[in-house]
Design a binder for this molecule. Structure first.
Ligand code: NAI
Length: 777
């Protein structure tokens, strides 16, 4: 085809990028790669092939790491960590800047290598993957520089095990390595087995930057190597990949005290309202579902179109699909490249073939590891294709009539990673955005990312954020460890008659006193063995009733922060009014004389969090594009909490107050040793303005009730300040719906000190939703 021909028929001419330099780099390394441990490449061991999916040609042999290799990498990281942290943020910033510059300098090599190994269009590797990767290092160099002011009172986690997928090999590495290094951690990173090359090139860059040995270690291999990292002597695991593997990692790390963040799958809705700019929305879809061949965790893979415009919109979309160019990823004019691996191609095929619906596909797709961009309309919401992640260039669609119906369909998924809204009406767009169950919402745009803007999901899309201060926080921990949790046994006695008054407590569920389902109560004695009352023994049914009540109390989450503050101030006043009586009860229960102090601090604590109610709302992030990313704090939902055994009033209030101040509804299991406190609290709550269901109080055996809460699919987060022994079981069970857990692994808190009332409570009581809106010229 001549240039003249091209001008005449406006057909495109190919513009291939040369693979020469990248292939030469592979050859220079002998096309056989060892691991990068303690600043050196090891000799290759048992290897497997990595191939170019676009051509099927073998690119190189990659080492399958052994258990000894993983142990050596972890040992190197462990040895390097103290010094790396000790050199201080500004010194670490210099290395991060150097890495950013080297990435920039070699960006073409990285881009081509990525395209060769993964099959993504070179245009994307060049303009998105590599560009965002060095932006990530620059941003986090700044974070390290400002460490003293930005991360006060926090220190590095230590050694981080990082396991990443194949869809954005270098970018996911950057998302994980940059914040970890910025905070003074060292890392052992495993790239996905299909795409290890850019991680190995990055290892080379680390050497060039003079990064101290052992700070970054790269071990290659399959899932078995991932499992070894998870169980190794690391302090934190950061994982991006499938929900299935994420769940296994949650179970494998349960009870170990390892910190964990999981960035998992999604089935993100892409909602087009009838007043949207339809051409822009169609173009947006090209980014949403055909970017990286739809192999994107936050791909806008579920199209919801308002009924009145559906036919017109589908017609425009099909016309656009017919113009998509699918083929050689190294061609700069290509829109959609190869699928990462024949196995993934087979997975996509199998899913689509098993389903019905009206299908339209882009024609002219080459033979080989390619899949045609596909649109499937007329699917019911229950269709597996509407619910399961396909992870390929397949868009499934349905229609809706009203904004409420759109929200209902959008949220009808086990996932909650991202969502996109298209409407020219600001009222519609900004009304819908907060009602979407997703960690990221894009308005009139899609698939926008930046190092300053937190990214991550809710529900089974995982927990934790990457990017921004939130991402950094996940790579640090409080500098001070709290005191060890001491076991507290309830007093025993044998007197039969309650003295001096009958204190027979009940549960407090849905704003009412409720008898225990099992009908059993336990005698509670004071230090002298005298019977002081009876406390219900809660069971599964009581927990379920309480969760149902909490679930129903949605109004509390929707109330304004100002309103919540007023309600909590009033609660504090009511508590204060009964201070004397409460103090006496506490002293009698605990056999100590801390009651008066407990009440005073508990009242202050309520005032403290009431004050925070309208001051922890999030902020705007400066992102390098036309728009604003708002990192908004939302309530987590229903929080279950096991209150500490010690300090029955102060402990319970310290847990309840931040949770409800941030708009959560709660199911709180009171101190097992001193449960009678719920009787007084119930009376105080009944005379307060806390709406029914926002606070539910249960008493009974912590282990059994914690297990029920951890199993419950309608509990969004579970906190435990009870015995350390509860941690493992809670975390293991929480893998079911991947609820967030915040549990004590041995160290508790000084409930009278600053640790009993810290920002951590507000962070744990909220989830960040990043809403991207157009803003500015
Ligand atoms: P995967 O979740 O199995 O692999 C991700 C990473 O985890 C890889 O490095 C892998 O070696 C490692 N891994 C596998 N098993 C492990 C284990 N038991 N312990 C520790 N590490 C382990 O994802 P895979 O098989 O590559 O893709 C399967 C499906 O997962 C895709 O079709 C897609 O639906 C989804 N996926 C989602 C991603 C996301 O970003 N959310 C990324 C990749 C895949």
């Amino acid at each position: 085809m001549t240039v003249k021909d091209i001008f005449e028929n406006m057909d495109y001419g190919s513009a291939p990028e040369s693979a020469g330099d990248a292939l030469a780099w592979i050859t220079d390394q002998g096309a056989r790669f060892g691991l990068f441990i303690d600043g050196e490449f090891t000799a290759p061991g048992d290897t497997f092939e990595t191939t170019n999916p676009a051509t099927g040609e073998v690119l190189a042999d990659i080492t399958q790491a052994t258990a000894d290799d993983v142990a050596a990498a972890v040992a190197a990281a462990r040895a390097a960590q103290p010094e790396w942290e000790a050199i201080g943020g500004p010194a670490r910033a210099r290395f991060l800047y150097a890495l950013a510059r080297l990435l920039q300098k070699h960006s073409r090599l990285f881009a081509v290598l990525e395209t060769l190994d993964n099959g993504k269009p070179i245009r994307e590797a060049r303009d998105v993957d590599i560009a965002l990767a060095h932006r990530h290092f620059y941003y986090h160099a700044g974070c390290a520089q400002l460490e003293e002011t930005q991360a006060q009172g926090r220190v590095a986690q230590g050694v981080c095990g990082q396991i990443i997928p194949w869809n954005f090999p270098l970018l996911m590495l950057a998302w994980k390595v940059a914040p970890a290094l910025a905070m003074g951690n060292t890392v052992v990173l495993k790239p996905a087995e299909w795409t290890s090359l850019t991680a190995l090139l990055f290892a080379d860059i680390c050497r060039q930057a003079g990064l101290p040995k052992g700070v970054v270690n790269i071990v290659t291999g399959d899932g078995a190597v991932g499992e070894m990292i998870v169980t190794a002597d690391v302090d934190k695991i950061a994982f991006t990949g499938s929900t299935e593997v994420g769940r296994k990692i949650r179970q494998a790390t349960a009870g170990s005290g390892k910190s964990l963040t999981l960035e998992l799958g999604g089935k993100s809705p892409y909602i087009v309202f009838e007043d949207a700019d339809l051409d822009s929305a169609v173009e947006g879809l090209v980014d949403a579902i055909w970017f990286n061949g739809g192999q994107v965790c936050c791909a806008g893979s579920r199209l919801l179109v308002q009924e009145g415009i559906a036919d017109r919109f589908y017609a425009k979309l099909r016309a656009r699909m017919d113009k998509l160019r699918v083929g050689n990823p190294l061609d700069k004019s290509i829109d959609v490249g190869a699928i990462v691996h024949p196995e993934q191609l087979a997975r996509i095929r199998a899913m689509v073939e098993a389903s019905g619906g009206d299908m339209h596909q882009t024609a002219g797709v080459p033979e080989g590891c390619y899949y045609a961009p596909t649109l499937i309309t007329d699917l019911s919401n229950a269709d597996p294709l509407m619910q399961e992640e396909i992870f390929g260039p397949v868009l499934v669609a349905t229609t809706f009539r009203t904004p409420s119906e759109a929200i209902e369909i959008a949220n009808n998924t086990r996932y909650g990673l991202a969502a996109t809204v298209w409407s020219e009406n600001i009222n519609v767009a900004l009304d819908v955005a907060p009602r979407l169950a997703a960690g990221v919402v894009w308005v009139n745009g899609t698939n926008m990312f930046d190092a300053a803007a937190p990214f991550g999901g809710i529900r089974e899309s995982g927990f934790g954020r990457e990017g921004g201060p939130e991402g950094l926080r996940a790579y640090s921990k409080p500098a001070e460890k709290g005191p060890l949790v001491t076991e507290i046994a309830a007093f025993e006695g044998d007197s039969a008659e309650p003295q001096p008054v009958d204190r027979t407590a009940k549960h407090y569920i849905g704003g009412k006193q409720a008898r225990p389902d099992g009908g059993y109560a336990r005698n509670i004695y004071d230090a002298s063995g005298a019977l002081i009352g009876q406390s219900p023994i809660g069971n599964r049914k009581d927990i379920r009733n309480a969760v149902e009540a909490a679930r129903g109390a949605k109004g509390w989450s929707a109330a304004t922060a100002h309103n919540r503050a007023q309600v909590i101030y009033f609660l504090a006043e009511n508590l204060s009014a009964r201070a004397g009586e409460l103090a006496k009860t506490i002293d009698r229960m605990t056999g100590q004389d801390t009651g008066a102090d407990e009440v005073e601090v508990a009242v202050n604590r309520l005032f403290h969090y009431a004050a925070w109610s309208d001051k922890f709302a999030g902020d705007a992030r400066a992102v390098p594009m036309r728009g604003l990313a708002m990192a908004l704090r939302e309530p987590v939902g229903v929080i279950g909490a096991i209150a500490p055994n010690e300090f029955p009033l102060l402990g319970l209030v310290s847990v309840m107050a931040p949770a409800i101040a941030m708009g959560n509804r709660t199911v709180i299991v009171a101190s097992e040793a001193y449960p009678l406190i719920t009787q007084d609290l119930t009376q105080i709550l009944e005379t307060s303005d806390v709406p029914a269901g926002a606070v539910n109080l249960i008493t009974g055996p912590h282990a059994e009730l914690a297990a029920t809460l951890a199993d419950h699919a309608d509990v969004d987060a579970l906190w435990s300040f009870g015995a350390a022994a509860l941690a493992g079981d809670i975390e293991r069970r929480a893998a079911g719906n991947l609820k967030r857990t915040w549990v004590n692994h041995g160290h508790g808190r000084d409930w009278f000190g600053p640790d009993g009332q810290s920002r951590n409570f507000l962070e744990e009581a909220t989830e960040v939703k990043t809403v991207w809106v157009p803003y500015g010229a």
